[in-house]
Design a protein around this ligand. Structure first.
Ligand code: 5AD
Ligand code: SF4
Length: 467
């Protein structure tokens, strides 16, 4: 590392929102003249953008900090920054546990990074705010992909799921103005972006804080009219707020991909109540039926927590029953992890680790079987792929994603990243598909026909009590 160079390396933990924030942190550093470094060893600034959603995220951060400290001992000019959710949660504890950290900043003040780094020339600097100062989307950005962009539509969360620390570290929900989002997407498209992923803790309540009613479906229609945009994804909707208007917009908007990530968390009504999820198993299943009626080819993925306090064998069997009935294309499965500042942490009946592990293994086994079956449905089909680049394991192959978000490997025919290819699926595996290109040359993203959806009126009746 040459001392006169100013370089940075960012390690991001956690969700897509953190990926998005890291692109803004990188953008600000580059605007200040920093250049990207290939690793922590070579960088004058090493930044950890942190997550605290589960306990192992905390443990990993402190392990990583210890490693960078040993590098810093050899390179005294190096600065270590801890940003994001864990910084917001642990505050001054970070500097108590790791006094060699130079800058700590929370989730609400990413824009302070350049100033805090300058202040850290004199002494370690620390700033945690309680409210968002500048919407991260207003900051400069250094995108990781020329053809894909994260677009934040709201930040924070007004729900109070009893297991979840997010509201405590990300604050109240704040939506961006629709015009600003559309404008950002238009300028991304003019920059070469063909796919955007809309981000929010609860995308379906987007806009409620702006004019009293959620406007997510309106946003989808507005984005559908952006010329040159080929794909829109979003994460995550909350089942209680996912209503017929959003399903209709998904079905009617050609750009919106046929995939929805709809976190169920548990199949037991008793636990859903203890989790404060504001839906029952039956209401969740109604939403699944509603989206499948409107978009039969839709892929549905979910999040599931195993071992929430008080979970009985009967509760867990209800979760298995939902998984068996819905037949998810994929599930992120988590063992419950008590988090500070959450109601569930104070509940009685935390489960022994062995019980949780045993249930977790059973859930995984069931979901694996279902994943195989769901992927097998694609065998022989011709799919539109957005090419993502070389396969990590085998440079002879390229990878791309279907509109349903399935990863497909296919022989490297020289297709460029960010272009569309039409691929016939020749083999299916538990976690990916294999295919061969059927059309040479740049396939254009095939628009879906606009649907008309008389069925939605009946389907919407189950949603009336959602908060
Ligand atoms: N323990 C385990 N999993 C959790 N999640 C959120 N909080 C916890 C926790 N305390 C999971 C939920 C959420 C996903 C992002 O992380 O399933 O949807
Ligand atoms: Fe957490 Fe629930 Fe908000 Fe999602 S909706 S971020 S799980 S509190």
């Amino acid at each position: 590392m040459k001392t006169e160079e100013r370089t940075y390396f960012i390690r991001t933990f956690g969700c897509q929102m953190n990926e998005h924030d890291s692109e803004r942190l990188a953008g600000m550093l580059e605007a200040e003249g920093y250049m990207p470094a290939s690793g922590a060893e070579d960088a004058t600034v090493v930044l950890f953008n942190t997550c605290c959603i589960r306990e192992n995220a905390d443990t990993r951060l402190y392990g990583n900090l210890g490693h960078v400290k040993s590098i810093k001992d050899r390179q005294p000019g190096k600065k270590i920054v801890v940003a994001g959710c864990l910084a917001q949660k642990d505050r001054s504890l970070i500097q108590e546990k790791a006094p060699y950290v130079d800058v700590v900043l929370g989730t609400h003040n990413l824009s302070s990074l350049p100033r805090l780094l300058r202040e850290a020339d004199e002494a370690p600097s620390f700033e945690i705010l309680e409210q968002t100062e500048t919407f991260p989307s207003a900051l400069p950005t250094k995108r990781n992909s020329p053809w894909h962009a994260w677009v934040s539509i709201s930040i924070g969360c007004n729900n109070s799921c009893t297991f979840c620390i997010v509201p405590a570290v990300r604050g109240r929900e704040e939506s961006r103005r629709m015009g600003d989002i559309v404008h950002e997407v238009e300028s991304l498209v003019s920059d070469g972006v063909v796919e955007v992923t809309l981000l929010g803790q609860n995308v379906n309540s987007y806009g409620r804080d702006l004019d009293g009613t959620p406007m997510f479906s309106k946003l989808l229609y507005a984005l559908n009219d952006v010329a040159g945009l080929k794909r829109v994804r979003f994460t995550s909707p909350h089942p209680k707020d996912f209503r017929a208007d959003s399903v209709r917009a998904m079905a009617e908007c050609e750009v919106v991909c046929e995939h929805i990530h709809l976190p169920v968390q548990s199949g037991s009504d008793r636990l859903l109540k203890r989790m404060k999820r504001a839906y029952t198993q039956e209401r969740y299943l109604e939403k699944v039926r509603m989206v499948r009626r409107a978009i039969p080819e839709v892929a549905i993925t979910t999040d599931i927590i195993v071992g929430f306090p008080g979970e009985t064998e009967a509760d867990f069997e209800q979760t298995l029953a939902v998984v068996a009935e819905v037949r998810f294309d994929g599930a992120y499965t988590f063992q419950y992890s008590p988090r500070p500042m959450t109601a569930a942490a104070g509940m009685a009946d935390h489960l022994p680790k062995e019980v949780v592990q045993e249930r977790y293994d059973r859930l995984l086994e069931l979901q694996e079987e279902i994943g195989v079956e769901r992927n097998a449905r694609h065998l022989g089909a011709t799919e539109e792929l957005l090419v993502e680049g070389s396969s990590r394991k085998d440079p002879e192959r390229l990878t791309g994603r279907t509109r349903t978000n399935k990863l497909v490997h296919f022989p490297n025919d020289g297709s460029a990243e960010g272009t569309f290819r039409s691929v016939k699926i020749t083999a299916t595996r538990p976690h990916y598909l294999e295919g061969e290109v059927t059309v040479q040359g740049a396939a254009t993203a095939a628009p879906r026909s606009r649907l008309s959806l008389p069925l939605m009126a009946a389907a919407s009746s189950g949603c009336s009590t959602c908060s």
